[in-house]
Design a binder for this molecule. Sequence first.
Ligand code: ZN
Length: 423
Amino acid sequence: MPDVFADLVGQDEAVDTLRRAAAAASAVLRAAAVGPTTAAGDELDALAEESDGAQPAAVVDAGAGMTHAWIFTGPPGSGRSVAARAFAAALQCVHGTGCGECPGCHTTMTGTHADVRMVVPEGLSIGVNEMRALVLRAASTPSGGRWQVVVISDADRLTEAAGNALLKAIEEPPPRTVFLLCAPSTHPDDISVTIRSRCRLVPLGQPAPDAVAEVLVRRDGVAPDVARWAAAAAQGHVGRARRLARDPEARKRREAVLAVPRRLTGVGAAFDAASALIEAAEAEAEASVAEADAAERAALETALGAGGTGRGAAGAMRGAAGQLKDLEKRQKSRATRAQRDALDRALVDLAGFYRDALTMALRAPVAPVHTDTAALAGAGAQKWDAEGALRRLEAVLECRAAIEANVKPRIAVEAMMLSLWKG
Ligand SMILES: [Zn+2]
């Protein structure tokens, strides 16, 4: 297995920060082993506090290296949870700072390390009970003698109560526990201001297409020309690039989206294109959640002992109706989210097309996002000029922003299609 940070694409600065932190964390453990009168957690606290004040340089360096709560932020596909898992492995590494070879690295990366818990919410939010159980387990002494690491991969999906339970744990951290949170940004909508203030931030940027292509070739065995095409078309989203390179259905959906500009020949065609885009997003979303929905319902019915009789059954059934209703509510909001995600991917593709037209109109020396529709974008550039291309690009970006702000998707997409047609 290669170094644990190998899959983190194009994030050199973040990797550097995390390696130094892992080295500092090891130093804390060594210090604790040498001086058993001082608990390692106290040392960590002391280091974190010292980093804020005026201290001798060596101490400040150590303090700047490690702390017990972190937030990884970055755009979708930049590798937030990949970074968090790699850092967890580096903290458990017994040879260095994430060698990839030792049992600590290996079991963390494969998800079997006893002291690393990855929280990946199945539903739309992480509830308070789940969080309390997690915080409780995280407080126990690490069985491997290093750290208890809790990775919360969608910290923006914490319910308010769950956030408060987590905050309490972060404010009074158990001595050997490290919390790694992942969120799109540190905007208060994503993460509460109080949690943010207790965490060190690791911002990830959008990786360059070359770096994405390189990892597709090296790790996924994708042919170099396909990898280059997919990386450019995915505009820095590693997971999306991988899907485009390997999934014919994803390529088909993208082609349908990129056919939109050609189809906008009148008002009626604009509305048709809007309907087609919405319906395609719905179908894609439905396919992506159907399996999970059915599995969850079956699991809940089993847990509730569907069809059971006896003294407990009546009471269980009274609670069951509420739980089923709860589940349906969660599934409905997950479906809505999946639809918005699918629609957003389509809009990002479409924005790439108009960006290509704009850069061509400006004769900017940059490679097109969509090489396969470059000729069409070139024709658009001639017809619309830079200004017209820019207006169209803005129409797509406004549509994304409107949907993000909870405007009904169909209304936002129809308005966009009309703007794209009229220019
Ligand atoms: Zn290792």
